[in-house]
Each structure stands twice: as structure tokens, then as C-alpha cells.
Design a protein around this ligand. Structure first.
Ligand code: SAM
Length: 282
């Protein structure tokens, strides 16, 4: 019998990947965690039935959420990742020698444990001595930090379930406070394509826009995410995401990437008209 992983993208659209077998299934205190093995996409991590990453295309998401802000502040030393328990974002950040420490705050320790066992491609990074893992709610963690981080990356689940608080005005305001004067916050910003997702992304954008003086959206093509068209938010206190990029320094680091490059960095901020309209309505 054929086995398929299927995610409901809308009440009328399903996305399916044929899988060879299920490697893990368990219910944590916060969510259901599943890992599948597939021929086309390698291993797949799903939380509550929603696809979080596949081994084949995770590089796109993790490079774009990391190198876009790091090209602007390539000397960043202290990084906070909220969510990101699969380790993919930490892996990319660890490629910068300037980084002294990464505080990774994921609500669910079991995600990290399962990924260490089944998806070492991303989760090996969590064993690095520069990574400090805290297993608690990011919404609560951020309340107690001020003027501390160069970069905050919000690598969360979607705005429902445990991730809901990470899309609130309170959270973004506290991220602003936790950043240094030159700080940047980047977040996964949902898809603009299907109306329910577009509404969530518009609401999040408005809250970030109201919390930071500089706030822009950029995009990437991620084949296994709903519609394949994914957005990220870039918010900062002083840095413009394109004019502020330090290409000389970034290129000198000689970091080999498979998706990200400086031309794509610039182009990723050029949005299709229909997305501009959603953003302009804010
Ligand atoms: N790349 C993925 C995506 O957009 O589909 C997201 C990565 S996934 C590893 C997100 C992580 O956020 C999960 O491990 C989940 O446990 C964590 N998370 C959800 N709500 C959270 C919260 N309130 N505080 C901290 N981490 C949270």
C-alpha cells in the first residue's frame, strides 16, 4: 500500500509527498511530531500535520532567514533564535566566525531531541558549544531581555497553537527592546497566496511596522511550503536591508551558499504587485 504525507493548505487544496516510511510519531506536551522518509525530499519533519522542513529544500528557508540579515551586520556577535528547534537556522549562523553565542529558545525540547536523532543535517548544530538551548516559551523569554542581541531570528511555527504569541504586538515590542541599537529582527512571515495565510501575514506585518522604524518584506521560493511562495520580514532600528548591506565584508567571509547570493538578496525585496497591495493596505 502506498503511503503519503498530506498537508491541508486550504479547505480545497492538499499537498502530498509519497513517503517510504514513518520514522517517528509522538505527541509532546505542545504538538504532534512526525518524521517521514521520502525518496524525493529526503526526511520530512511535520508538527501537528504541518510540514516544517524537508532535507531537500530546507537550505532555501534557512539560508534566506539567516544570510539576508547577516549580510547587513556580518560582525554580529550575539544572536537569539526563537523557535528553530530543528537546528537549521543555528547551523547557518554558526558559519560566521564572529558569532560568539546563539541563544535558541524553543518551547518544545522534544522537537530538538527528535531532530537530533532523525535529522542531523540540521540538528547537529545544536551540539555546538556556541549554541545555548533554552526550552521555554519565546513570548515569555523575551520579556526579560534588554539591549542584548545583535540579531533576533523568529523561526516559529504558524500563528496558531504554541506559535500564536510570537505574532503579537507585545512580542514584537519586546524584540525591539531586546535588540541593541544596531539590531535586526527577521521572522518567517507566512505565504501571501491563499487568503487565510495572506490575512495572517498582513496582520503580522502591521504589528511589526508599528513596532520598528524600518520594516520590509522579502520572498523566497520554497517548493514544499503552501503555494511555494514564502515571505520573510526584515525589521530594524537603523539598518536598511539593501542600502545597509556590507557586501565587501560579506563576500570576504567566503561563505558558500546554495540559494542565497547578493543579487538575490536585492531582488528578494522586489515584491509582486498583489503582495505590494496587501502590504500597502497596512
Ligand atoms: N521552518 C519552519 C516553518 O516555518 O515551517 C519553522 C521551524 S519549526 C522547528 C518552529 C519551532 O517553533 C518548533 O520547534 C516549535 O516548537 C517552536 N515554537 C512554537 N511556538 C513557540 C513559542 N511560543 N516559543 C518558542 N518556540 C516555539
Amino acid at each position: 500500500m502506498e503511503l503519503w504525507f498530506t498537508e491541508k493548505h486550504t479547505p480545497h487544496v492538499n499537498f502530498s509527498i509519497k513517503v517510504d516510511k514513518q520514522l517517528y510519531s509522538g505527541q509532546s506536551e505542545f504538538q504532534r511530531i512526525d518524521v517521514f522518509e521520502s525518496r524525493e525530499f529526503g526526511r520530512i519533519l511535520a508538527l501537528d500535520g504541518y510540514l516544517m522542513l524537508t532535507e531537500k529544500d530546507e537550505f532555501i528557508y534557512h539560508e534566506m532567514i539567516t544570510h539576508v540579515p547577516m549580510a547587513v551586520i556580518p560582525d554580529a556577535k550575539k544572536i537569539l533564535i526563537i523557535g528553530g528547534g530543528d537546528g537549521g537556522t543555528a547551523r547557518e549562523i554558526l558559519r560566521y566566525k564572529s558569532v560568539e553565542s546563539i541563544d535558541l529558545v524553543d518551547i518544545d525540547e522534544e522537537v530538538a531531541e527528535v531532530c537530533k536523532k532523525y535529522i542531523p543535517q540540521t540538528a547537529d548544530s545544536l551540539n555546538d558549544p556556541r549554541v545555548n538551548c533554552y526550552f521555554e516559551d519565546g513570548l515569555k523569554y523575551i520579556r526579560h531581555h534588554e539591549n542584548e542581541y545583535d540579531l533576533i531570528i523568529v523561526d516559529s511555527t504558524d500563528p496558531f497553537g504554541p506559535g500564536e504569541g510570537l505574532f503579537t504586538k507585545e512580542f514584537y515590542g519586546n524584540c525591539f527592546k531586546a535588540l541593541k541599537e544596531t539590531g535586526i529582527m527577521v521572522n518567517q512571515h507566512e505565504s501571501p497566496f491563499y487568503p487565510a495565510d495572506a490575512y495572517a501575514m498582513q496582520r503580522a506585518h502591521k504589528r511589526i511596522f508599528d513596532s520598528f522604524p524600518i520594516s520590509r518584506i522579502y520572498q523566497a521560493h520554497i517548493p514544499t511550503y503552501p503555494s511555494g511562495h514564502w515571505l520573510f520580514g526584515f525589521a530594524s532600528k537603523i539598518h536598511h536591508p539593501i542600502l545597509g548591506a556590507n557586501w565587501k565584508k560579506w563576500k570576504a567571509l567566503n561563505i558558500k551558499t546554495r540559494y542565497y547570493n547578493p543579487k538575490l538578496h536585492v531582488g528578494s525585496f522586489a515584491l509582486p504587485n498583489y503582495v505590494e497591495e496587501i502590504v500597502r493596505e497596512v
